[in-house]
Design a protein around this ligand. Structure first.
Ligand code: 1HE
Length: 266
């Protein structure tokens, strides 16, 4: 896939792509509708994450305007029958699976409303940086609907089934600061500082050995869900594969020959 294709033809108007070296920035770019996600945007997300240019090693996803994402574009909801509703939810699943189990780690910058499908999108990303303005909600009950973007699967793993139950049934919301220790985000930063912090983290991630990123993205979540013996076997295999990679050998030589950075508290 050539970059020019990515940067123009493949993306719908609500998505913008920009490069920062090895980091790709994907911006939800529909601020007048609070970055609500319509069908074209969901398809655009799937297309983007299934064909990331080879020289992009990590992606940052962020939202334009005052909010990260207001979730599903409700103006597209009323016209669907049940069969179309199932297909719609499955289209979201496909798109977000391409994020979670794609080729490169994804860092999300959260600010303002991170609600409904916006929270489901955030949950599919590998690292979440929240600005203090971020808040989390599942307003599906107000619209008489249910989660459809994988949130009932991913969110209980992040914050626990009991909390998700409360959010769905009572409409409880969480702010950035109370949400961080619960698992909504990994980092909290001041207003306007999220993108810079996310890029910094993504640059670090992009500099990891490819097998380290692969194992974290694909083996870690798999092992969290399978039985102990299978997990340990998978870990042994992955560990051996990673060690055998020339990049791991080079990094080990660097350490032994005193050229490597030390592991200090940052
Ligand atoms: C929208 C959407 C939307 C805003 N779909 N158009 N999501 C929700 O239930 C959240 C609905 N949105 C809101 O509660 C608020 O818009 C916000 C709290 C996010 C932001 O408030 P505010 O005051 O900044 O903006 P606003 O004035 O409410 O909205 C500005 C415009 O965006 C307005 O359109 P306009 O033409 O009147 O200017 C809104 O109609 C429009 N807008 N949010 C469509 N979501 C896979 S299933 C996932 C299920 C869900 O995600 S359910 C949750 C849906």
């Amino acid at each position: 896939m050539s970059d020019s294709k990515h940067e123009t033809a493949n993306l719908p108007a609500a998505l913008r792509f920009e490069r920062r070296g090895a980091v790709g920035l994907l911006r939800l770019s529909r601020p007048h509708k609070r970055n609500a996600l319509g069908d074209a945007t969901i398809l655009g997300i799937e297309n983007f994450f299934s064909a990331i240019p080879d020289d992009i090693k990590a992606v940052v996803i962020h939202g334009e305007g005052e909010h990260f994402c207001a979730g599903l574009d409700l103006s597209e909801l009323s016209e669907r029958d049940i069969a179309a509703g199932i297909a719609h939810s499955q289209a979201w699943h496909r798109a977000f699976e391409h994020i979670e189990f794609g080729r490169v780690p994804v860092v999300a910058v959260l600010h303002g409303a991170v609600v409904g499908g916006g929270l489901e999108l955030a949950a599919a990303c590998h690292i979440r940086v929240a600005e203090r303005s971020a808040y989390y909600a599942l307003p599906e009950r107000s619209r008489g609907i249910f989660l459809g973007g994988g949130g009932s699967v991913r969110l209980p793993r992040l914050i626990g089934t009991a909390r998700v139950m409360d959010m769905i049934l009572t409409g409880r919301t969480y702010g950035a600061e109370e949400g961080a220790p619960l698992g909504f985000s990994h980092y909290i930063v001041e207003a306007g500082a999220g993108l810079a912090r996310a890029i910094e983290l993504a640059e670090g991630i992009a500099g990891n050995a490819p097998m380290t990123n692969f194992a974290a993205m694909h083996v870690l979540p798999h092992n969290a869900e399978q039985d102990r013996a299978s997990g340990l076997l998978m870990e042994a295999l992955m560990s051996a594969i990673a060690q055998g990679d020339p990049e791991a050998k080079r990094r080990l030589r660097d350490f032994l020959e005193k050229r490597a950075t030390k592991t200090v508290r940052r």
